[in-house]
Design a binder for this molecule. Structure first.
Ligand SMILES: [Zn+2]
Length: 245
């Protein structure tokens, strides 16, 4: 099978590779897989210019764009809490399958990679989300606290007090720090990220107890205690796009 990779320009700064495959078929067509692979099977003897013309038509480009967006959106939504039977939620970078039951008492349980939500209002989406957030907070807070405690010896010589920890859902940031009151607030959704990213956010916020703002001294301190912090920051940006919305 002969294959040509054609770089199709969708817009000024968006080029996508299209795999043109010669095959023993009668008509050409186009398909996009969920991993965004674009393929065009083409009859063996067909003139390639016809295919290029087809790909470069506005209609085809629009169709490709639409489907790329569709698959990208599906991927992003996959990482949000999907509190329906058979849906998934993310905890510490792992995916759990959701099972929901109507019950006289509210209870959430993890077993393997399954999460069982027993709820007094199993049909009420907002209620379920609230119930799940409470569960997540109960799990996240001691987890975050443990990491804070692990880092505290590093800060001993700077005379910083043990900070008070708050955990709540935030829309646009992973955490914040108020040095004046030694208070650290962490995003509840941070508990969905990887352990490495959580470590980074906590060290970042703790560092603000010593260095306000993001000047060179701040980053020197971070680097000293987490030499690969730049790499983790990059990963966090990607996870932020998936978790924060
Ligand atoms: Zn900061």
């Amino acid at each position: 099978m002969e294959e040509i990779i054609y770089n199709l320009q969708l817009s000024e700064n968006k080029i996508v590779p299209v795999h043109i495959e010669r095959k023993n078929i009668r008509n050409y067509y186009i398909k996009i897989s969920p991993d965004l692979n674009i393929t065009v099977p083409v009859p063996l003897k067909m003139n390639i210019d016809t295919i290029y013309k087809f790909l470069n038509s506005n209609k085809t480009k629009k169709w490709i764009e639409k489907n790329i967006n569709k698959f990208q959106k599906a991927k992003e939504e996959n990482i949000k809490d999907d509190l329906i039977n058979g849906g998934t939620v993310k905890i510490l970078d792992s995916q759990y399958i959701v099972y929901i039951y109507e019950s006289i008492n509210d209870k959430v349980m993890l077993d393997g990679f399954n999460i069982y939500i027993y709820s007094k209002n199993s049909k009420d989406k907002d209620y379920l989300q609230k119930q799940y957030n409470e569960f997540l907070k109960e799990e996240a807070k001691p987890y975050f606290q443990k990491i804070i405690n692990k880092f505290l010896p590093v800060f001993k010589k700077y005379n910083v007090p043990a900070p008070a920890l708050k955990v709540k859902p935030l829309k646009s940031k992973w955490g914040s720090c108020r040095p004046a009151t030694a208070e650290i607030t962490l995003n509840l959704h941070l508990y969905k990220a990887s352990a490495e990213c959580i470590n980074y956010v906590i060290l970042h916020e703790l560092t603000h107890l010593v260095h306000a703002g993001h000047k060179k001294r701040f980053y020197n301190f971070l680097e000293k205690h987490m030499p690969n912090y730049r790499e983790i920051e990059k990963r966090l940006d990607i996870e932020a796009g998936q978790i924060l919305c």
